[in-house]
Design a protein around this ligand. Structure first.
Ligand SMILES: Nc1nc2c(ncn2[C@@H]2O[C@H](COP(=O)(O)OP(=O)(O)OP(=O)(O)O)[C@@H](O)[C@H]2O)c(=O)[nH]1
Ligand SMILES: [Mg+2]
Length: 297
């Protein structure tokens, strides 16, 4: 289904320091009996979904375009290394002409049939300064489509993280404020209670896909705070994958949205029962009325 299992050659392209950190992280996963991860990447158009996938795989596996959408349907990229398989699903942007693209979401769901999502990367830009109702609607659409539980398997990814914050904010403060704003919208969109949302705490990963990203002495891409972001992001991904919440199984039931229909179906016998009683009651009332009427004449 659009996925070819290949040896993860891009892994060798990472600097040695990154490679050894990743080997350690994947080793810990294997110790927990996890030998494969499936990551779904979603977000608005042009936020850097495909670029982030290319950065994570270390190869140009999906197309990136500055000015127009490249991915019109979901694509799964699979790479295997030392008995570990990484599957990443790239998807088209979820906004079309200023509205949530429900059709794209449906397409993604169909593509994922019989697959299990271990982690959702919800991608947005760090260098945006506002959130709006559309952001909220996107989250509502995702949680209606895959179930609220998907938020417990989510990681917020903010791209363009090598930015100069506005004059009045330091680099330490800016990502926290931007994350807070996006997370608030995610909570509102998911219609989760504040406490439930807090319990499922969505972590945040910062990303800089640009080839001009600064590097440390070990040649690793770093953010202005000095952190090598690829190993940090992988660590966050693994954290979500192993956070104790169930992965999302995309089965026929989820595809048909039968969960919500089923909930309604429970009331059908009750409604029929009440209707039957009502008819009986009316019939009796009419009979009584006729009987009474009969006596009057
Ligand atoms: N400077 C910078 N540019 C980025 C970053 N991430 C992506 N870009 C650029 O932003 C543009 C869009 O990136 P894509 O990766 O194609 O975005 P996308 O979310 O996959 O877009 P669609 O597939 O159209 O929804 C490209 O020109 C990328 O080079 C980033 O972290 N920093
Ligand atoms: Mg793309």
């Amino acid at each position: 289904m659009g996925s070819i299992l290949r040896e993860w050659v891009g892994f060798q392209q990472f600097p040695a320091a990154t490679q050894s950190k990743l080997v350690e992280l994947f080793g810990k996963l294997k110790e927990k009996g996890v030998s494969a991860l499936t990551i779904l990447v979603m977000g608005k158009g042009g936020v850097g979904k495909s670029s982030t996938i290319n950065s994570l795989i270390g190869e140009r596996v999906v197309n990136v375009n500055a000015f127009s959408s490249e991915v019109s349907r979901p694509v799964m990229v699979s790479r295997t290394r030392a008995g570990f398989t990484l599957n990443i699903v790239d998807t088209p942007g979820l906004v079309e002409g200023g509205y949530v693209n429900y059709q794209a979401l449906e397409l993604i769901k169909r593509f994922l049939l019989n697959k299990t999502i271990d982690v959702l990367l919800y991608v947005d830009r760090m260098d945006a300064y506002r959130v709006d109702d559309l952001d909220k609607q996107i989250i509502s659409a995702i949680s209606d489509s895959f179930g609220k539980e998907i938020l417990r398997k989510s990681l917020l990814v903010l791209t363009h993280a090598q930015l100069c914050p506005p004059d009045d904010l330091s680099y330490d403060v800016f990502p926290a404020r931007r994350s807070e704003a996006v997370l608030k919208t995610i909570r509102a969109g998911s219609r989760m209670r504040a406490r439930d949302f807090k319990d499922s705490a969505i972590p945040v990963g910062l990303v800089e896909n640009s080839g001009r990203c600064n590097k440390n002495e070990s040649d690793e891409k770093i953010l202005p705070n000095g952190k090598a972001w690829i190993p940090s992001l992988v660590k966050e991904i693994i954290g979500v994958a192993t956070n104790g919440n169930k992965s999302i199984v995309v089965d026929k039931k989820l595809l048909e949205g039968s969960e919500s229909n089923d909930r309604g179906k429970v009331f059908i016998p009750l409604i029929l029962g009440v209707q039957w009683l009502l008819v009986k009651w009316i019939q009796r009332a009419i009979r009584d009325d006729i009987a009474k009427g009969g006596k009057a004449f």
